[in-house]
Design a protein around this ligand. Structure first.
Ligand code: PLP
Length: 379
């Protein structure tokens, strides 16, 4: 099955339950044990194994091309369970230096309290990785496209390095989605998602996913079961419904974001645009070779700095000034006051995140309406 078909049909039971075309919601916390089944036969929402979870597990595995998958109650539940299932006290993690803020905080504030150390590296500079390696290094964590600067790091280099050094390679594929990039086909061991974003696509639930080799997913499931991060069956239903249109949505967002990025780049009030699909992006060739599209996220800096960025946020009418991304509606933020507000200004500057940077997550509105709105706000 191609991804468009898998998004609709993968994992659906045959015959259908009572003939229902849409998979029903099993809103039951516990299920009757058949015969004298043991603990392993227990079905219970916290154990992430009710029919609504299992449908999603089959579908997520199919669309990412993994052996197994696990759904979780948030992206952070998926990411923390995956990392905790691989790392234990005394272990060391390599990670790219710019990560989603919650992941960055988990690595820097929570893992050390459990005796798990880390080194942030530039995942685009393979020569520096061997120096950062220790005998206790177990895993390497990256994102397909970084947020908010849309860097595209050396992903094949990371998987090759992990193979050579027997590390587990983990990738957060939230921003690319399997429509644009399928990390497992490129050698990654474990893929994590904030399914809150593109997978669900409607800004109405929080969810997460882990996909990859069966043993690794099983270990993450045990951790998640203990931490209690299961997704409610009704949210499972909404996630499955949202995923059915993922390919259509992402293709529109790929196309619209590219056209809006080109419009912004040509605008006299804009100093710089960050979008991997632009010819001016330093990794444009890579993005073209590896990705089927460059996604719906872009960022830009107005020429007149922070005040102009604040004005843009006030004057643009269609985008909602709200964190998050991947929904049907266009959202915008200034990372210095939202996703990266927790970092000291000096650290933000070192990462290249200026106070004037505006991040936009393009939705499904008509591209022309967004262009007109952005043009009026900039004028
Ligand atoms: N990964 C990325 C790239 C994100 O943007 C986010 C949230 O913004 C997360 C992970 C965390 O996901 P959640 O908010 O669903 O826990």
């Amino acid at each position: 099955m191609r991804i468009e078909t898998a998004l609709i049909h993968a994992g659906a039971p045959r015959p259908r339950i009572e003939g229902a075309v849409s998979f029903p919601i099993f809103q039951s916390s516990t299920f009757e044990l058949a015969g004298d089944g043991g603990y392993h036969d227990v079905r219970y929402i916290r154990l992430n194994n009710t029919p609504n979870h299992q449908l999603l597990h089959r579908k997520l595995a199919a669309i990412e091309g993994g052996e197994a998958a696990l759904v979780a109650c948030s992206g952070m539940a998926a990411i923390s369970s995956a990392l905790l299932s691989i790392l234990q006290a005394g272990d060391h993690l390599l990670a790219h230096r710019t990560l989603y803020g919650g992941t960055h905080d988990f690595i820097t504030k929570d893992l050390p309290r459990m005796g798990i150390d880390h080194t942030f590296v530039d995942a685009d500079d393979p020569a520096s990785w061997a120096q950062a390696m220790r005998s206790a290094t177990r895993a390497f964590y990256v994102e397909t496209m970084t947020n908010p600067l849309l860097e595209v790091v050396d992903l094949p280099g990371v998987t090759a390095f992990c193979r050579d050094h027997r590390l587990v390679s983990l990738i957060d594929n939230t921003c690319a989605t399997p429509v644009n990039y399928r990390p497992i086909e490129h050698g990654f061991d474990l893929v994590v998602h904030s399914a809150t974003k593109y997978l669900n696509g409607h800004s109405d639930i929080v969810a997460g996913a882990v996909v990859g080799r069966a043993g690794l997913v099983q270990a993450a499931k045990h951790k998640l079961d203990h931490l209690g991060g299961s997704l409610d069956p009704h949210a499972c239903f909404l996630l499955d419904r949202g995923m059915k249109t993922l390919a259509l949505r992402v293709r529109h967002q790929n196309d619209s974001a590219l056209r809006i990025a080109q419009f912004l780049e040509a605008h006299p009030a804009v100093a710089r645009v960050y979008y991997p699909g632009l010819d001016s992006h330093p990794r444009r060739d890579r993005a073209r070779e590896w990705f089927r599209g460059c996604g719906g996220l872009l960022a830009f800096e107005p020429k007149d700095g922070q005040r102009a960025a604040e004005d843009f946020l006030k004057r643009a009418v269609l985008p909602v000034n709200a964190p998050s991304l991947g929904g049907v509606e266009t959202l915008m933020t200034r990372p210095a006051t939202s996703s990266h507000a927790g970092l000291p200004p000096e650290h933000r500057r070192k990462l290249g995140i200026s106070d004037a940077l505006v991040r936009v997550a393009i939705g499904l509105e008509a591209t022309e309406d967004l262009v007109e709105d952005f043009g009026a706000a900039l004028a």
